[in-house]
Design a protein around this ligand. Structure first.
Ligand code: TTP
Ligand code: CA
Length: 367
């Protein structure tokens, strides 16, 4: 059988940690990240809450008004969700994690599977050191904590990372798998939701140990062929799903807010240069070039516009991207006399691997 060491990293109360880093005075207080619906002042739902707020029963999905009631008597902070900012932090974190893995699969904005089989030589003591190193890096570079699970496959690693939170580390070596899983409720298996749990309860099954006594045919009967087969194996701690490196990106973009709203092209250059350099760097990292370059203009009325041009030959060059972006924004402003810019983005698309230059391109470029 294939032997592997898989690590699952799950950042703790991720959006809340991002906000705490932006405004360190939030630390120590209950922090609630809110998705305001805009109907009335408090209408909307909680996206997540830090662990201080969770002590009061505040959690993802509850109405903001209810969270306010629960925290009535405490000095708590209610912060609107700022998704682009969390994406930015997440991207940096994934890059950091990528350096610690043979292969990495990003599972969500704040979760990743790391195959560390080769670099640990299948040794769980080395894997433990690896996890400590990941935690150290996360703290030093992004000031965040994560809960980490290590096991012989993705399912076990994921269940393990959920075992101790926040800032947990749970290591389940192959010989410990059965004992680790046995007492856990079936709902801890990823993919086993409320409905499946209820079905299993009717079969008098509530723990994974009980689940592992069911025959494949009973499971297939109840959950269908694919979920049934998966659950049967998961209950035994078996799973062969590889850590899948994401495919190459289809576009690379960077967006940021201008220091001041403006409609003078010169005022945008500083930011455009920064964004272009960052896009170029990402392109080079992936060994890709772009054939299409766009600027994204988000106006003071929050409408979003874009203007693009063909890059011929395709490029990953920061200066070429910057030049094109400056030209595009000047054109956009000239043809939109009422537009005032609030945020700006640079987007590279139509990406291809390699220099993108064909011999014909080179020939034509020589003039
Ligand atoms: P989770 O990893 O589920 O939660 P978390 O990181 O906030 O907390 P934990 O320490 O338990 O891992 O989700 C990651 C982010 O996704 C979370 O910070 C906010 C967002 N999210 C929502 O917006 N709505 C939701 O219902 C959930 C569950 C998460
Ligand atoms: Ca998380």
């Amino acid at each position: 059988m294939l032997q592997r060491v898989i690590m699952h990293v799950d950042l703790d109360a991720f959006y809340a940690q991002c906000e705490e880093n932006k405004a360190p005075n939030l630390r120590g207080k209950p922090v609630v990240i809110c998705v305001y619906s805009g109907r009335t002042e408090d209408s909307g739902a909680v996206s997540t809450a830090n662990y201080e707020a969770r002590k009061y029963g505040v959690k993802a999905g509850i109405p903001i008004a209810r969270a306010k009631k629960l925290l009535e008597s405490v000095d708590a902070a209610f912060v609107p969700m700022n998704h682009p900012y969390y994406e930015e932090v997440s991207e940096r974190i994934m890059e950091l994690l990528r350096n610690e893995a043979d292969a990495l699969e990003q599972a969500s904005i704040d979760e990743a599977f790391l195959d560390v089989s080769t670099r640990t030589d299948l040794n769980y003591t080395a894997a433990q050191e690896s996890a400590h190193e990941v935690k150290k890096q996360l703290r030093a570079q992004e000031n965040v904590t994560a809960s980490i699970g290590i096991g012989p496959n993705k399912v076990v690693a994921k269940i393990a990372s959920d075992q101790s939170k926040p800032d947990g580390l749970t290591i389940v070596s192959p010989q410990d798998v059965a004992g680790f899983l046995a007492p856990l409720p079936v709902g801890r298996i990823p993919g086993v939701g409320k409905k499946a749990e209820e079905k299993l309860a009717r079969l008098n099954v509530s723990t994974i140990a009980e689940l592992s006594t069911l025959t494949p045919s009973v499971l297939v009967e109840n959950f269908g062929k694919s979920l049934g087969a998966y659950v049967y194996r998961a209950a035994k701690g078996e799973d062969d799903e590889p850590v899948k490196e994401r495919g190459q990106p289809t576009q690379i973009s960077r967006i940021a807010t201008l220091k001041q709203n403006t409609r003078r092209p010169e005022d945008t250059y500083h930011l455009l240069i920064e964004l272009s350099a960052s896009v170029a760097e990402k392109l080079k990292e992936h060994g890709m070039t772009c054939k299409s370059l766009a600027v994204i203009a988000i106006l003071t009325d929050l409408t979003i516009h874009s203007r693009s041009k063909l890059m011929e030959p395709p490029t990953a060059d920061g200066w070429q991207i910057e030049t094109a972006a400056k030209q595009l924004i000047a054109e956009f402003l000239a043809s939109n006399p009422d537009a005032t810019l609030r945020r700006l983005g640079v987007k590279a698309s139509a990406l291809t691997k390699g220099t993108g230059q064909t011999d014909m391109d080179k020939f034509l470029a020589q003039g």
